[in-house]
Design a protein around this ligand. Sequence first.
Ligand code: HEM
Length: 425
Amino acid sequence: MLEKKTCPIEGVMEVDFNAEPFLTDFKQIYQQMHSGGCPYAHSTSGDHYAVASHPQIISMLKNYDQWKSKYGPGLNYQEQEGVLVSVDPPEHTFEVKIVANAFSMEYFRSLIPEMQAFVDTQIDGFYADGQVDLHHALSIPLPLFVIFRMLGIPLQDETGDKTDFVREMIIGSVGLMLTPTEEVMRQLEAGSVDEARMRAIAGTQQMFIDHLTNCKKKLASGEYQNDTNVVCRFLTTPGPDGTYLTDEKILGFCGFLLTAGSATTTIMLSNILYRLLTEPEAFAKLQANPDLIPLAIEETLRLDAPVQGLFRTNDHQTDLGPIHLQQDTKVMLLWAGGNLDPNVFDDPQKFSLDRDLNKVRRHLAFGYGTHFCRGAPLARLEGDIFLRTLLRRLPNLRLNGPAVQEKRMPVLQGFRELPIAWDVA
Ligand code: HEM
């Protein structure tokens, strides 16, 4: 048993971040944290605290010497060397230089025609039915298509469609991010971790190893160029000191990008449409003025942030409000909670297209500071193409039954099914 670093504290809310009501009604919990005058929580299921105050989160993220990423973004103290969200400067600076080269706005924009064609083809496939579960028909496939395209790996080939096992891997790994270490170890020792999930994790890792080998071979033969895909870019871009990423780091990047770039965006896409279909006034306003699409995307990211929160650890002991923290205590920065902070956003629980876009963009859905999401412009582009195309092609769009919530990944909250219908011309 690991020594506990946290305990209940008078005046600090007790929250189980792995159970109800958090899994269904997390906004209610954040509201209580804000209105109670103490925007902190102690977790009853994992050994950590959490913070929901927007200014407090920003001030922690500006204090780089204290709040570290080295133990990883999840609850567990990551022991293996990670990438990006699991490293601090100067290592992070080195990695970011390489990612920035691979993730330019120009590159993201170059993907627009393919993303548009993909969305149109998916819609062609189900249009005549007049109804579909949009989550499975578009919100899952689009971000996966984009990430696989960037990585340079075919999502479908002669061995089949990789969507199911990749989703299994993502749900398995993200699903454990808030699970206490003792519980993960107990499950592993008891052999009770789902076998299909273990196969999916191993299969995904093998897919990346094969791809890395293939890219190296084809770069050497001249069949691939430095910019053929992001793996080629990683292999051929030196960091600030002239050295290159190791194979382990590149494999880590692939796994991280697959999860960080797809699961999050999938949730965002379904959230955007659900919001509009359940807010008729805002929906009518948007249909009358499609220039409001960027605001609708940002307002959804603010109100329904896909990532509830991620962790930092303190490098030396300190106080956080009424809480005294031992060195290296896990603290969850609640992006979704900061987005509902009434000190920053008026009437924060309301979805409104009357807000000022620049003010809405102060939301924390993509994090803040050193580790700010490198894929944010891409996620926004995907949201824009997704929404614009649905509005153009599916008239009288409406919900077609209850939207089912996704509860297998407490750190990411959104939908598992989104049934919609439209009028077929
Ligand atoms: C709606 C979709 C998305 C959301 C809500 C989201 C959210 C986040 C958040 C909250 C962080 C900060 C992590 C931290 O501070 O610990 C982050 C980092 C990151 N995201 Fe995203 N993300 C999204 C889409 C994407 C996409 C599409 C990609 C890539 C294709 C991507 C790549 C990254 C990378 C590389 C980082 C690490 C940045 C660093 O450590 O320097 N994300 N994301």
